[in-house]
Ligand binder design. Structure first.
Ligand code: ADP
Length: 401
């Protein structure tokens, strides 16, 4: 029996997580407590060498091939066709989508309707890097799977009820009425991490003073207490906060006028620079990938500076959030860098002993789990995040309702 026949009777839930040039997906079996059947990604959408990769379950060997997909619509059509061939689209009973920005209105996972699509289109200027391509993919799935409920899950939702002091951006007050505030992102990841933290460490620990560090290509931190977000480093858009793979993170606002005068830089060029040409890539001039930079840091001072700057800024944000929370009990590392790089974790935690952070070298090199020393006042953990399972849970919950 092939895979398609085996699960032809299954009730599958598809999670879609679109980025500016990527489309991640994961397929779960609702009948088996959302067991993951397959997950994968189409990367470099829009280039002539887009890559499609996937793996069975969570840890199967990766398979990949190259393809041509000019935009997110073509990527979604390819994926639907591929899923139909391998699993049969008829088995998919619900689809969930990560939507980067819910603006001031959308907090709860919401059933996708034509009206919702219209309203989300209106939100596009809030995040022109991500929202338009996510919506294109969402519309394609919506149209091509009539009758299958689609759920939008908002990455901003986790931070929606942050204290007002953390939401306010110190700009003219009239802008607040237009929705200009700190929203924060990586909310699906943080939701997953908090659920996992409750499961592995108990409610008391999860409700204490926690800093969650999601360090991937996009990097952010959240200060959490009582299980709720109190502050987060990304802002009105995901470009704020920590330096990232290609995003600058926080900058001196005076630079906009300086570069406009001296380089005749236009707003869209500034936007491209801070989103696509800065961060690790900007400092190193060679790579946005932390693995490349670590491999080259002893030979190339630019790579070394990029790594040092990243760790230094991360350490500063942990310090800031410890101050915001009135102390620190748990620190969680997650995301591609946070989960996989002992050396970056070690360097970020260096000199944080004054806060009670003490990392154990052997535990740190082993990875997921507790990596702090037994006598560390702060518990430091490495946790693998899973945004797709949060999306799938929301989609199947809405199905029940
Ligand atoms: P995204 O935010 O696009 O989902 P990821 O969470 O997968 O990205 O993180 C990608 C980042 O993780 C890249 O900078 C990559 O270099 C880094 N990374 C992955 N594995 C390692 C590793 N073993 N050591 C250092 N960095 C790593």
């Amino acid at each position: 029996m092939n895979a398609k026949q085996q699960i032809s009777d299954a009730k599958l839930v598809l999670a879609i997580n679109g980025g500016s040039s990527s489309l991640k997906f994961a397929l779960f079996d609702k009948g088996r407590s959302l067991e993951r059947i397959i997950s994968g990604e189409i990367e470099r959408i829009g280039s002539t060498k887009a890559k499609f990769s996937y793996r069975d379950g969570s840890n199967g060997p990766q398979k990949k091939h190259y393809l041509v997909v000019p935009d997110h619509r073509a990527a979604a059509v390819f994926l639907l066709h591929w899923l139909d061939q391998h699993f049969g689209l008829r088995g998919i009973i619900a689809v969930g989508h990560r939507i980067v920005h819910g603006g001031n209105r959308f907090i709860e996972p919401t059933l996708v309707t034509s009206q919702l699509l219209k309203e989300l289109r209106r939100l596009s200027p809030f995040d022109p890097e991500h929202l338009p391509s996510e919506l294109t993919a969402l519309e394609t799935f919506h149209r091509q799977m009539p009758g299958v409920p689609q759920t939008a899950c908002f990455d901003t939702a986790f931070h929606y009820a942050m204290p007002r002091v953390a939401q306010i951006l110190p700009l003219p007050r009239r802008l607040q009425a237009r929705g200009v505030r700190r929203y924060g992102f990586h909310g699906l990841s943080y939701e997953y991490l908090m659920e996992e933290l409750t499961r592995v460490a108990g409610r008391k620990a999860a409700h204490s003073r926690v800093v969650l560090a999601h360090l991937g290509n996009g990097a952010s931190m959240a200060a959490v207490s009582g299980g709720k977000s109190q502050d987060t480093s990304m802002g009105f858009t995901p470009a704020a906060g920590l330096p990232m793979s290609t995003r600058s993170g926080d900058l001196d606002p005076g630079l906009i006028w300086y570069l406009a005068r001296t380089e005749k830089m236009l707003p869209h060029q500034f936007n491209k620079m801070v989103n696509e040409q800065s961060g690790l890539l900007g400092i190193s001039e060679t790579s946005s990938d932390m693995r490349d930079l670590l491999a080259r840091e002893t030979k190339d001072v630019r790579a070394a500076e990029a790594v040092v700057h990243f760790c230094y800024q991360a350490r500063k944000w942990i310090g800031a959030y410890a101050a915001a929370l009135g102390g620190l009990d748990t620190l969680v590392f997650s995301g591609g860098i946070g989960e996989n790089s002992p050396v970056i974790r070690e360097r970020i935690c260096e000199d944080l002993e004054f806060l009670g952070v003490k990392v154990n070298k052997a535990r740190n090199s082993r990875g997921p789990g507790i990596i702090s020393a037994r006598n560390s006042r702060v518990t430091v953990r490495v946790m693998r995040t899973d945004e797709e399972v949060v999306i799938a849970r929301a989609a199947s919950l809405l199905l029940k309702k």
